[in-house]
Design a binder for this molecule. Structure first.
Ligand SMILES: [Zn+2]
Length: 251
């Protein structure tokens, strides 16, 4: 009967179930609780496990580890790396987070007064700061309209190191601008944030250049070009103390 009603691999698994030697009545059991009884708690736990499993790709530890390894190597100040980490960990004191901790009651964004101030909203989505991102990041809204999560946004930008560096610095300036407004302090006008952030990043990268590419290890022996081909030999050096650099080319 089993063979007639099930596919062969299902029938094999059914027939592999050991039968009880004593005479027992069949009964329905809930397999995820020790006594086989269903309870609301057991059902809730099962649903939570399934939700965790479906989110596994975004919280995949291997992916996260390699992502953060990349972030720590980015060419911008440590305070901005730290800021990006707090952004991704939802650790900024946004109004939404303060409301969750029962520190404030109204989580509406102070700038637009229309939406809850989440990290995503404060840094990226608020209409009052959309002009800050417009010069270099308007493509994100057109090409990735489905992104509504800060981690997702940063993961996507992380595919291009330079873009993530610029994003991190601009986001840091936006957050500081927001904090100054909250404290009624005078600061940069939002129209100038992008320009100032870009200059700040290029100044930093000029002063603290780090090689983006590692030379492959191994012993390389110079070889003459093949017949009919030309070979150009070149070498370069940077003298950090004098702020000079040189390049030599030999054909
Ligand atoms: Zn807003």
């Amino acid at each position: 009967m089993v063979d007639q009603n099930f596919l062969s691999f299902e029938a094999n698994r059914i027939k592999a179930i050991p039968l009880c030697w004593t005479d027992q009545c069949d009964r329905i059991i809930w397999p995820d609780s020790p006594d086989g009884e269903y309870s609301v708690k057991a059902g809730y736990q099962k649903l939570c496990e399934e939700a965790d499993a479906s989110n596994a790709s975004s919280s995949d530890p291997t992916h996260q580890k390699s992502f953060w390894k990349k972030v720590w190597k980015l060419q911008f100040p440590n305070k901005i790396k730290n800021f990006l980490w707090r952004v991704c960990s939802n650790a900024l004191p946004t109004k939404e987070n303060l409301k969750k901790r029962k520190i404030i009651e109204d989580a509406r964004c102070s700038a637009c007064l229309s939406e809850q101030e989440s990290t995503f909203h404060a840094i990226w989505d608020c209409e009052k700061i959309s002009h800050v991102w417009a010069p270099c990041f308007s493509w994100v809204r057109t090409e990735h309209p489905q992104i509504h999560d800060i981690q997702e946004l940063i993961n996507m930008l992380g595919q291009q190191v330079q873009k993530l560096e610029l994003f991190g610095v601009v986001a840091w300036f936006i957050w500081n601008h927001r904090n100054r407004l909250r404290l009624n302090e005078k600061g940069l006008s939002s129209e100038k944030i992008f320009e100032v952030a870009k200059i700040y990043l290029s100044d930093y990268q000029e002063k603290c250049p780090t090689p983006r590419m590692k030379l492959p290890k191994g012993n390389f022996k110079w070889q003459p070009p093949e017949d009919g081909m030309y070979k150009t030999n070149y070498d370069g050096a940077v003298f950090t103390e004098s702020g000079e650099a040189g390049i030599g080319v030999n054909c």
